[in-house]
Design a protein around this ligand. Sequence first.
Ligand code: IVH
Length: 709
Amino acid sequence: MAKGPITAKDLLPMEAEIEHQHLAEEIERHDRLYHAEDAPEISDAEYDALRARLVEIEAAFPQLASRAGTAVGSAPSGKFAKIRHRVPMLSLGNVFSTEEAGEFVARVRRFLDYPVDKPLAFTAEPKIDGLSLSLRYEKRRLVSAATRGDGAEGEDVTANIRAVLASTGIPETLPAAAPDIAEIRGEIYLSHADFQAINARQAEIGGKIFANPRNAAAGSLRQIDPKVTASRPLRFFAYAWGEMSSAPANTQSGMVEAFARWGFPVNPLMRLCADAEALVAHYRLIERERPVIGYDIDGVVYKVDDLELQRRLGFVARAPRWAVAHKFPAEKAVTRLNAIEIQVGRTGALTPVAKLEPVNVGGVIVSNATLHNADEIARLDARVGDYVVIQRAGDVIPQVVEVVRERRPPEATAFEFPHICPCALKTPVIREATSAGVEGAVRRCSGEFACPFQRVEHLRHFVSRRAFDIEGLGEKQIAFFYECPVEALRIREPADIFTLEARNAASFQKIENFEGFGKQSVVNLFAAIAARREISLERFIFALGIRHVGETTAKLLARHSGTWLDFEAAARRVALEDPEAIAELQAIDQIGPSVIEALAEFFGRVDAVSMVDRLAAELVILPAEKPRGESPVTGKTVVFTGSLEMMTRDEAKARAESLGAKVAGSVSKKTDYVVAGPGAGSKLDKATELGVRVMTEAEWLALIGESAV
Ligand code: IVH
């Protein structure tokens, strides 16, 4: 991998000239790809390396410099400024069938305690397959436009949106009726006709062909040069909102009507529906319209119409309880299964991947699909050489759903799942049993941190966007540093990332001399690493890559523990089977036995704990944020018992948790409040016995600042 680093001054003049010319041409080509075509072929780091080499050669051979001057544009920043969303931009849960759509309606009714005969209105509208955008107006003037990003923080695309006000129909100013602060959200998309025209033009100029309208819209919006964006006829539909100093309506449909009055394009296919049957009927209508609608849609979104009910329903993790996307069925195609490859994941799970003859499935070229596990291969009886049916739905990884038996070649033999991990250790593959003693479907490499595949996957997870998110340290760079020919520069565990700069300084061979790196990219990389020495507790816990501990769980654990020291101490106690520590985790809502088991497993491993300690020593781990500001019940433990009259049990629980309280199922000396309704029994007795404060539902509502009317 080393470039056989010949320093520029050691090059022969002729060699220098050839390399210089080559570099200048390459840089010019990449500038064009990046700026004009939104189709970069190389990473920013690689680009920086090219430029750094060019500068190095010019410094050694000044006579070459003048010729390149015009060929090389300014280095692309590659970045948009970030905008933090004041109200997070959420995603939607999905349903795939009429039954599930009915269950959504039933769930909402149950949560609100609405019997079937009580009217409950929903809206139904197309789900646009584009990118969501948040437009902020202050004093009725457009001040910023941001992409969704990770939901909390998006990219500032204000300049580009200003360049497409005409085609999108996004107003620059709002009428006097609009409030002082209004954030309008919706979808940026391209029509089929415009998408085809853009691709035809790209073909003409030898530019990148976009795979689908969504990619083309994203590429068009994320242009560094707004002039390029201006040449792409982007469109917009408004369907949601963020911060709003006063709401113009008290229903979803009323809000969208107000947006239309203020000049925003809104989807003409939005309808009000009284029940699940009406929602599904409208879904069918939109499905019939789909081929002639003129832009990509991937389902129908159902939303509770009444905003007060939306507020009561609230959110679970990243999606609202009051809305759901009813997705159109997956698209299918038939192709040949060329090979079955085994990949080892972060947790050691061996996943068989179908290597396919590339095929177009609903506009996307698919050449890999998941086969899930050994049982699935056996169930399908998938054999190399078979023709298989591939399906993909939205962003879901393509799947093999069926084998076309009639087309099986005679030589195809059944696949034998490996009994040893493909890693260098050749560890035996184990099949775990569930707590009920049933053999699990997943086969795992038992090598854990000794298995190089698992270590690399761990590192990849560690630097991924939702974890440490280190710019310039992606999958490619992790692979490079893991196997770096210079041992002193290797990254084998997370702590190594933070010692890299010092090791590089002390090393005779430097990172900048390797292909893909340059002086500037190394400086940038160290800056990006340094910026992450301070990290929030929730990101840190998530980054550890403990099984079953996803982002939501990490957040719950962080909020519960407050600090890293407290969390680690608790987790170690759990590993030692301390019943009190276990009970405390069990009391956190949404933390189940699998999480507790995984924490015990992880923190019971000497290698894992010492790895984490080495890492923590390099960092400042910030205490967890308190949920949505302090409330009178933040950090308190509450038990609801008896029947509640002003809200359902689910609602009471969700509300309390959103205010930072813990909701427990049983009363102990750690309980702060017991909210008792009529019919309360043993829990009330226990509370009295322990001297825990007991209150009525109305008192509870008064405490959390909601009137009890
Ligand atoms: S409502 C709080 N309505 O779908 C819920 N989303 O899967 C806000 N989308 O990020 C979303 N059409 O980009 C809503 N009519 C529609 C939509 C829609 C497309 C997108 C949106 C969102 C994603 C969620």
